[in-house]
Design a protein around this ligand. Structure first.
Ligand code: PLP
Length: 392
C-alpha cells in the first residue's frame, strides 16, 4: 500500500500473547476443588435402572398415546416442522404458536400466555425485564436458580426470606422500596414441599407487591386436569404472573409465562431471552399441544396421587428423615456430599435410579436423595426402593 508521499507503508500486526496457561490453570483448580469436596458434577448414563429420578412424573415422555397424538398433529400441520427459522419477532412466529398460546391461557384461566424456549429462559426473561433500579424483589431462600439469575441481571434491591416463612416474608415486605415483587415456587423443586399460597397472596395484597409463582413442578399434577396450584385455590386473578413448564409432567420441552395481555406485550418488547433467540420448532409446539390433549383425557393425575400415598404409607420409621411433601418429589436428607453419594451408589446397585443432590445445589448439611415418583413406578418397585433405603 502506498502512502500519498510515495513511501511504502508497512503494517505490523502485534498479536498480544494470550495467557492461556492462566485460564487453563484456573479451570483445573476449580475442577479440583469440586473433586476434593465431592461436588464434581458429571454427565452420566444410567441404563437398565428403574426411573426414580426423572421429572417425567406422568410418564408422558414415554407414552405411546402421546406419540400417536403427536403423529396426528404432525400430519395435520406439516409445515416448517423442524425449525421455526428465526426469533418470534422476525420469521419465527406462526398461527400455530399463537393458537397454542391462546389454548394454554384458556386452560390455565389466564388473560394471556407467552411461550419461552425453556423454564430457565422464561424466568430469566421475566425477572430481568420486570425489575428496574429502585425496585425490590423478595425471593424464597430456596427459589430456583433461573429466578436468581433473572434477578442478578437487574439493579433492583434483592432480599430472600426464610423458606415458606410468612413472618420472615412480612419483615422484608415492611422495608421494601419501589415496586415490590415476590418470587416463589408453588412446589419446590429440590424439597417437593408446597408454598402457603393463599397466605402469601394475602401478604402480597396487604403490601401491594406483585406475586410471581413458578409452577414448574405443579403443572400437570395439581389442580383440575393439572392446571396447577394457583388454579386449585382459585387465585388466578390474585397473582401477577405464573411460570409453567412443559419439560416435567408434560413430557415435552418449553415453558410459558401466564399473565394479562399487558404483561405479554411488555415481555415481547423487553424480555431478552424471548427476543434474542430462535423460537422453538413447530414440532415442539405440536408436542405441547398433544400433551395438553392427553392431560385432559387421561387419569394420570389420580394414578400419580395413588403412588405418592402408597410411598408415604410405606415410609414408617423413615418418615422423619424425609422432607414433608405431598408432591411427586420426596427427599431423604442425608447430609454431606460424600455420605449422600455413597447412599446413591448403594441404591443404584440395587437397580433403582435415584440421584444425590449435593452442595452447592442445596445448602451444606442438607444434601439429599431426591426421589421422584411416577405413574409407571409399580408398588413392588416402590416397596423395593424403600427396603433398600432402610437396609442401607
Ligand atoms: C422450579 C423450576 N423452575 C424452572 C425450571 C427450569 O425449567 P426448564 O427445565 O424448562 O428450563 C426448573 C427446572 O429445573 C424448576 O425446577
Amino acid at each position: 500500500m502506498k502512502k500519498k508521499s510515495g513511501h511504502v507503508c508497512r503494517f505490523f500486526y502485534f498479536r498480544p500473547k494470550i495467557d492461556l496457561e492462566s485460564a487453563q490453570s484456573y479451570i483445573r483448580s476449580r475442577l479440583l476443588e469440586r473433586e476434593q469436596n465431592s461436588s464434581l458434577r458429571q454427565l452420566r448414563k444410567t441404563e437398565n435402572l428403574i426411573d426414580f429420578c426423572s421429572n417425567d412424573y406422568l410418564g408422558f415422555a414415554q407414552s405411546p398415546v402421546l406419540h400417536d397424538l403427536l403423529k396426528q398433529e404432525f400430519l395435520a400441520n406439516g409445515d416448517h416442522l423442524t425449525g421455526s427459522t428465526g426469533s418470534r419477532l422476525i420469521s419465527g412466529n406462526s398461527t400455530l404458536t399463537e393458537l397454542l398460546e391462546a389454548e394454554i391461557a384458556a386452560f390455565h384461566i389466564s388473560g394471556a400466555a407467552l411461550l419461552f424456549n425453556s423454564g430457565y429462559d422464561a424466568n430469566l426473561g421475566l425477572f430481568s425485564a420486570l425489575l428496574q433500579r429502585g425496585d425490590t424483589v423478595i425471593l424464597d431462600e430456596l427459589i430456583h436458580a433461573s429466578i436468581i439469575d433473572g434477578c442478578r441481571l437487574s439493579f433492583a434491591n434483592k432480599y430472600t426470606f426464610r423458606h415458606n416463612d410468612l413472618t420472615s416474608l412480612e419483615e422484608k415486605l415492611k422495608v421494601a422500596k419501589g415496586r415490590v415483587y415476590i418470587g416463589i415456587e408453588s412446589i419446590y423443586s429440590m424439597d417437593g414441599d408446597t408454598a402457603p399460597l393463599l397466605e402469601i397472596v394475602e401478604l402480597a395484597e396487604k403490601y401491594d407487591a406483585a406475586l410471581v409463582v413458578d409452577e414448574a413442578h405443579a403443572t400437570g399434577i395439581f389442580g383440575a386436569q393439572g392446571r396447577g396450584l394457583v388454579c386449585r385455590y382459585g387465585l388466578e386473578n390474585r397473582v401477577f404472573a405464573r411460570v409453567i413448564t412443559f419439560g416435567k409432567a408434560l413430557g415435552c420441552h418449553g415453558a410459558a409465562v401466564l399473565g394479562d395481555e399487558n404483561l405479554r406485550q411488555y415481555l415481547i418488547n423487553f424480555a431478552r431471552s424471548f427476543i434474542y433467540t430462535t423460537a422453538a420448532a413447530p414440532l415442539n409446539h405440536l408436542a405441547i399441544r398433544a400433551a395438553y390433549q392427553l392431560l385432559q383425557e387421561s387419569t394420570a393425575q389420580e394414578q400419580l396421587r395413588q403412588k405418592i400415598l402408597f410411598f408415604q404409607s410405606k415410609l414408617c420409621s423413615l418418615t422423619d428423615s424425609f422432607i414433608a411433601s405431598d408432591s411427586a418429589i420426596q427427599c431423604l436428607v442425608v447430609g454431606g456430599n460424600e455420605q449422600t453419594k455413597i447412599l446413591e451408589k448403594k441404591i443404584q446397585q440395587g437397580g433403582m435410579d435415584v440421584r444425590a443432590i449435593l452442595h452447592p445445589t442445596v445448602p451444606a448439611g442438607k444434601e439429599r436423595l431426591r426421589i421422584c415418583l411416577h405413574t409407571f413406578n409399580t408398588e413392588d418397585q416402590i416397596d423395593n426402593l424403600i427396603n433398600l433405603i432402610k437396609n442401607s
